[in-house]
Design a protein around this ligand. Structure first.
Ligand code: GMT
Length: 375
């Protein structure tokens, strides 16, 4: 197949999933054309069957705000025409599904048929999509998509109920490269971060308020009263300054390591004992899956799709949003019970391998593409 993929290229898990999916499809022999305003950051070298088309934004004195949605539509039309795409697969509803819809309508004028599939990832449904100015368009573009997938059962339910939609939605879970994200014995990074044998808690995110990163610092404060521990925070975003401030206020800043944005995630995860995900909203939790694949148990909140990923008392623990005491209690319990820790660590890796391996999930997308193309 010749597939066009549009995603947010530089920010967040939806872009990671879209890029890894495109690369996996290309490795299977499909031709993949990424269409976006910047090159997705995991497309950092030459890959056979992968092409990138940059959406250029024209400036004109009248256009005080950039017309990205329209420029994206035009670029889609150009690529669909020149490259004879079979299908567009857009990730994140706003504005990508709307642009794909527009492209399809334009093509209908010339009797050309284009199918487009929308994958919903999270806040496009649970947060920003609900804003009154976006809601009608999100509903419309979902209803008009030839196929719709969500990354969890939770997100499917939310889509149907929040937008009052009646449509077949396919749940296709996020996936992981289990050969890349795997346990390894190298302890170089751990020695650097925790030179005195402290336990290591890790959190990675884009530091948006919705991630509740400050909770990880409050959890560390409580854990440290029982077990010597460090907290490694990976990523950057709006809430980082508040986190830095809080670590100082609680006088634990020497034990909180802010690494900023990092590419070498597997080394960091392999130095971790526990992964923390205290989010206020999380449709799936891709970074928790990355940790699990490295054999790191997860202590998370109970929101959204997290219980579909992190199984309470098996791969980690789940607590109510903001219940710092309980999260800290769970962390201490795991860090002080070696037998339980080992079994949770093994279960985490096994769950990632059995349920979320790229080689299991990518064929589900291929089968879905074929189904939609035939419909
Ligand atoms: O919806 C978002 O906040 C953006 C999106 C992203 O680009 O990071 O995140 C969502 O998609 C990820 C990949 O499918 C999921 O793993 C995240 O759980 C989800 N984020 C939220 O639901 C907050």
């Amino acid at each position: 197949m010749k597939i066009g993929i549009t995603c947010y290229p530089t920010y967040g898990g939806s872009g990671v999933v879209a890029t890894e999916l495109g690369l996996a499809l290309a490795a299977l022999g499909h031709q993949v054309h990424f269409i976006s305003y910047a090159i997705p950051h995991r497309l950092n070298k030459f890959f056979e069957n992968v092409f990138f088309h940059e959406v250029e934004l024209s400036t004109y004195p009248l256009f005080e705000h950039s017309l990205y949605d329209l420029a994206l539509t035009s670029k889609m039309l150009e690529v669909i025409d020149f490259e004879e795409l079979d299908l567009m697969h857009v990730h994140y509803a706003i504005p990508h599904a709307v642009s794909a819809y527009l492209a399809r309508q334009v093509l209908r004028r010339t009797n050309k048929n284009l199918k487009f599939i929308t994958t919903l990832h999270g806040t496009d449904i649970t947060l920003v999509g609900l804003e009154p100015s976006f809601m009608p368009l999100v509903k419309f573009s979902i209803e008009e998509s030839d196929g719709v997938t969500t990354v969890s059962r939770f997100l499917k339910e939310k889509t149907l109920t929040n937008y009052n939609i009646e449509k077949d939605i396919e749940v296709i879970y996020n996936f992981i490269d289990i050969e890349k994200f795997k346990p390894n014995q190298s302890d170089l990074f751990r020695k650097h971060i925790a030179p005195n044998g402290e336990k290591v808690l890790v959190h990675t995110s884009n530091f948006r308020i919705v991630k509740r990163v400050t909770d990880t610092i409050r959890v560390l404060e409580k854990v440290k009263k029982e077990v010597p521990a460090k907290l490694v925070l990976v990523g950057d975003g709006p809430d980082r300054s508040e986190c830095e401030r809080l670590a100082r206020e609680l006088d634990i800043h020497k034990d909180v390591v802010f690494l900023g944005k990092q590419d070498g995630l597997t080394e960091i995860l392999n130095a971790a004992d526990i992964f923390l995900m205290p989010s206020q909203s999380e449709s799936f939790g891709l970074s928790a899956l990355e940790a699990m694949a490295c054999g790191v148990p997860v202590v998370s909140s109970s929101v959204g799709g997290l219980p579909e990923l992190n199984i309470h008392n098996e791969t980690g623990y789940i607590a109510e949003i903001g219940d710092i005491d309980r999260m800290a209690k769970y962390v201490i319990e795991l860090l002080t019970n070696e037998k339980r820790y080992k079994s949770f660590s093994k279960n985490s890796r096994e769950r990632a391998v059995k349920n979320f391996d790229k080689n299991l999930i990518v064929p589900k997308y291929v089968a879905y593409y074929e189904k939609i193309l035939k419909s």
